[in-house]
Design a protein around this ligand. Structure first.
Ligand code: AMP
Length: 209
């Protein structure tokens, strides 16, 4: 047990457009607080790589930067959430992405006796996103690492469009419920990580951890 290990599971959503740093920050929170990073993008990429029926259906949709159907995403998410490690608390990364997914998540959490403790919105300038993602691809390429198939200028435009059309309305959804906290996320990774850690520490204290 570390000093940061929590007494009660805390469930968080990291919300923000592609390139906002959700994956990086989720991994850091996972490391520090022992929460499980649950990235639907990673789960879908695993399904594609494994050639499962869901993966086969998702591949073309992901390659063009559109959203995979709620049915496929919810099935994959439900299966993962049932794994015992998720009882420690979860950081939803890249989920929910539609209002229907948000409503399904509310129902899923309620049915399993869990709570949603906070929705943390990473706020970045639109113009910075494209640059960040193309840099990420460039750095991976230079290091001889695999580059995500959807990290290219063309697909990225569609991913941003999908975010603005289908996911951005979730900001209002969670603001109305009083669970939204907006974090400016244009600065250094470590500064954003510090702000997020402070917030999560406060949440765990509020939760009696
Ligand atoms: P990400 O790794 O979160 O950037 O997701 C990569 C791609 O996977 C997205 O562009 C979508 O095609 C798909 N995807 C990931 N999560 C979801 C979701 N919650 N709903 C629909 N599609 C998703």
């Amino acid at each position: 047990m570390t000093a940061d290990t929590m007494a009660r599971p805390v469930n968080l959503i990291l919300l923000g457009p592609p390139g906002a740093g959700k994956g990086t920050q989720a991994r850091m929170l996972q490391e520090r607080f022992g929460l499980v990073q649950l990235s639907t993008g990673d789960l879908l990429r695993n399904a594609v790589a494994a050639g499962t029926p869901a993966g086969q259906q998702a591949k073309a949709v992901m390659d063009r930067g559109d959203l995979v159907s709620d049915g496929i995403v919810l099935q994959i998410l439900r299966d993962r959430l049932a794994d015992p490690d998720c009882a420690r608390g979860v950081i939803f990364d890249g989920f929910p992405r539609t209002l229907a997914q948000a409503e399904a998540l509310d129902a899923l959490l309620a049915s399993t006796g869990r709570t949603l403790d906070a929705v943390l919105e990473l706020q970045v300038d639109d113009a910075a996103l494209v640059k960040r993602i193309l840099n990420r691809a460039e750095q991976a390429r230079a290091a001889g690492q695999p580059v995500r198939a959807d990290d290219n200028a063309e697909t990225l435009t569609q991913r941003l469009h999908a975010y603005n059309a289908q996911t951005a309305p979730l900001i209002g959804y969670y603001r109305t419920r009083g669970t939204l906290t907006t974090i400016p996320a244009m600065g250094a990774i470590k500064d954003i990580a510090r702000d997020l850690s402070n917030l999560v520490t406060r949440l765990t204290k509020a939760a009696g951890g």
